[in-house]
Design a binder for this molecule. Structure first.
Ligand code: HEC
Length: 209
């Protein structure tokens, strides 16, 4: 009898590690946001290896802005683990980072006679991060002055209000990210604010007003 018990415990001991291995630990993705000891966000140096969402040319948020004399591109990248979750679910997971990079536009150089290309120098980088563990309320903005770390842009700020009032999904401008807009529509995750805005734009003008 005791021999049987011993045998059983050997078998169990042999089996246990295999069972443990089969359960995946709740993984923190390698591309999660990271911070300095005093709470500043560290510049994600590898953001150029993230998933490309779009390039905008001369995007301006200021209604009074006049035509720029010098064109500017902005390029938008998201960390790969967050992109994969969005494509599956239509929602941004904790740890989402979306980077906006500015570069001047250049023309008339080398072999091109028309059109504009992007300059080598980056003139600015701003990031939108979803991280409830670090930031009450989830989303936070940071503006990197260099490739060190950046302080949180505190509320109230125009960044938060404009994104909350006009962005298509969870305060992010998915309406301008062509590979993600179909996902958002299919999953029914478009924000109430965005749907109202679209409705107002497409509705026929009311008579007598
Ligand atoms: C008046 C509206 C408005 C304001 C104010 C604004 N943004 Fe945005 N933001 C946009 C639009 C529109 C986009 C879409 C992409 C683009 O510009 O190419 C965007 C995109 C972004 C993105 C890419 C991720 C995302 O959420 O879609 C970041 C990062 C960003 N803005 C940072 C900022 C920061 C930082 C501030 C404040 C200093 C700010 N924005 C203020 C309208 C605004």
């Amino acid at each position: 009898m005791t021999r049987w018990l011993m045998l059983m415990s050997f078998v169990l001991a042999g089996v246990q590690p295999a069972v443990k291995k089969a359960i995946p630990a709740p993984a923190v993705p390698a591309d999660a946001p990271s911070y300095t000891a005093d709470g500043q966000m560290k510049f994600p140096a590898d953001y150029r290896e993230w998933v490309f969402l779009t390039s905008g040319l001369d995007m301006s948020y200021n209604p009074k802005a006049t035509a720029a004399t010098h064109s500017v591109f902005n390029n938008i990248f998201v960390n790969p683990s967050a992109y994969r979750v969005f494509v599956k679910t239509g929602t941004w997971p904790e740890g989402t980072m979306i980077m906006l990079e500015h570069r001047g536009a250049e023309g008339n150089h080398s072999i091109n006679v028309r059109g504009l290309t992007q300059a080598q120098d980056v003139t600015g980088t701003e990031i939108h991060v979803k991280d409830s563990a670090h930031m009450k309320g989830g989303w936070a903005f940071y503006n990197f002055k260099d490739t060190g770390s950046a302080k949180l842009i505190e509320r109230p700020a125009a960044c938060y209000t404009c994104h909350e009032e006009h962005a298509a999904v969870d305060t992010t401008f998915v309406q301008f990210y062509p590979t993600l807009m179909d996902v958002a529509k299919a999953k029914g995750v478009l924000s109430a604010a965005y749907l109202k805005e679209i409705e107002a734009k497409t509705a026929p003008a009311e008579g007598g007003k």
